[in-house]
Design a protein around this ligand. Sequence first.
Ligand code: DON
Length: 578
Amino acid sequence: MKKIYAILLLSLFILSQCKQNESNLLKTVTLKRQANEGVVAANGMVVTAHPIATKIGLDVLKKGGNAFDAAVAVKYALAVVLPKAGNLGGGGYLIYRTSDGEKGALDFRETAPAAASRDMFIEAKTDSVMKQKALLGHLATCTPGTVDGMDKIHKKFCTLPFQTLIQPAIDVAKNGFAISDYDAWTFNRAQKEFRKVNDSSMIFISKKPWKKGDSLIQNDLSKTLERIRDNGRDGFYKGETAQYVIDEINSGGGILRKEDLENYSSKWRKPIEGIYRDSFNIISMPPSSSGGIIIVQLLKGSNAYDFKEMGHNTSKTVHIMTELQRRAYADRAEHMGDLDFYEVPIEMLLDEEYIATRNASINMEKATPSSEIKAGKVDKIESLETTHFSIVDKEGNAVSITTTLVGYFGCKVLVDNAGFFLNNEMNNFSLKPGFPNIFGLVGGEANAIAPGKRMLSSMSPTIVEKNGDLFMVLGTPGGSTIINVNYQNIVNVIDHGMTMQEAVNAKKHHSQWLPDAIVMEEDALDSLTISKLKEMGHTSFRVVEQLGRTEAILIRPDGSYEGAADNKRTGDAIAGGY
Ligand code: DON
């Protein structure tokens, strides 16, 4: 019901704006929306996890801002309206493609503080991993990257003043907004952990349960945002805000220091690219994310199979996808980490011959147990909460951003006086070789903790070109499942001919080498398919409520945009176009 109401409100708003702006309608395309499509629009599309953020982004596009302007405004808006993931205290990635075809990536992933060390979460006496410490509380936090990332994006691409872009977020923080059912549910769910690591006066701690319609006013956060508005990145990494962060960290025994904040710098990187089915070029995130390499490995490996003929979510298709996935995730565990610290053998991992060798061990009829799969041999190594948004403007500039605090509300510490949550990104390092993180992912040396190092991620904001033109912009949260959800969305559109909305709605499955299991959404696979997979030797199946929460845009043949928000499951995601 809340979803219908939100969609109705947004549509009314968009309609009224369209009327005012009729003279500005820029593209003359026929906007016939098919029933199986998402939101369709000619001039711009914003798909985010929250109606207020979508509206703020759309406003920027209508005022003449480009996709990057809208992205900065959306990012700050999400920091206010999606406190569990939106974040000033976390980090993330950008993949972009400008209207003239320039592509790039920005890595604003958090870094380990200078005082971090390889075995800091290993109890010396027992050699056991203190995994709670890397999840809850101050020690779990790494140096945040979001504000520096937005600053770099603004300086390189934006056309509107930064003050204009951040102001809507400040207004919402100051004036408050009515929380949704889903917000109330997440706030209530985290109460116990909030109380463990915050004073009882912390604004998210409530004596009576939060409920839909309660107003969330965030005064401390609005002041932090004002300092960022007035001083740029220094309003966060230096001065008053930095002092609040350090006071908070010191009060709880964390290791983040002033110098870590001052020295933080996000990095422009070269995206991972690879061809799928001859015409499609996949552009995705390089390390410190594993996402781009694995998505391209999976798609290149998939080129050898005809999924269209095999059918969507049939035993044959799921079997092949699972076999490809377990091989790729084995490579992730062994070979992937922060490029600045570890030589990730990117070329080898994406090499056609290497992929063919990996494929050669796939038996069409029989599962290979993960225990028999090892990462590929390299001769020379030359190495639960996130949010994604996708934006395309009228010129065709495309922005794909995924950001995270890791767990929902990160390490659950809200910086006193500054009003934002800190990440628990320490958990994404390999705390001890072979020890699984919260997503069950294992790793080794490549992803060991080191001062200043970025922890390996699965976040994979992605853009797809078709015959050299912009075709799709997509991404999702979901920890280790992010990669496979993106992979299946791409296959769903390209091989199975789905619209963007159908692809997003389609039930997903996931496997990741270890644990050796096929995880799936309810009804993703019917019982006959599961029995056939069992006959092939796939022994372990697990149903989860949802895999991913995709926000994606597809360019239709007439040049207009189809925005698809994942609104079949929990959350308040919504697409808005004009
Ligand atoms: O970077 C990563 O891979 C994780 N920190 C992402 C966390 C995530 O997606 C949790 N959300 N649902």
